[in-house]
Design a protein. Structure first.
Length: 161
């Protein structure tokens, strides 16, 4: 009997996860839902997979009047870490904590460099390539758009690291 109840709870969590992912305006990397002892956690290792269907609504959002001021671009053609979703960018895991990265830090692919909060979900922002942080393009706590550059990187060679 307990197995049937646990399966019902997991089915409910699966339905909630599908609805939540479908309702979000941008790509999702990780979803974790809990009900009592039951936990459902889903993580996509290829961020393009869930982003395919969610990227379309995000394209409609740039019609706001404050948009031009909120979209800083890198000064040169340097690679940049970009926002995975529309939301609020945070440089640290919690208020008052040290930022994930600072100017001059070396980052490796997959390293967390910030967080974007979207609909009360914290989405990790990770570096897509190795590099040295040369500029933080968005202030802590500021709104960001999908694919907006957040951190400018200078690519590193084998002798730089």
């Amino acid at each position: 009997m307990a197995d049937a109840e646990a399966e019902q709870v997991l089915d409910g969590l699966r339905r909630q996860a599908r609805k939540l992912v479908a309702d979000l305006a941008g790509p999702v990397r990780r979803v974790r839902l809990r009900s009592g002892e039951s936990v459902l956690e889903v993580e996509w290792h290829d961020p393009a997979a869930p982003a395919q269907r969610a990227a379309e609504p995000a394209e409609v959002l740039p019609a706001r009047a404050a948009e031009p001021a909120a979209r800083p671009a890198p000064a040169t053609d340097r690679p940049a870490v970009r926002s995975p979703v529309v939301g609020t960018f945070y440089r640290a895991p919690e208020p008052g904590a040290m930022p994930f990265v600072a100017v001059g830090d070396l980052v490796r692919p997959g390293q967390v460099v910030g967080i974007v909060e979207a609909m009360k979900l914290m989405n990790e922002v990770t570096a897509g390539q190795a590099g040295r942080v040369v500029e933080v393009l968005v202030d802590d706590g500021k709104p960001v758009e999908y694919d907006q550059p957040l951190i400018a990187l200078e690519p590193v060679t084998g002798q730089d690291s």
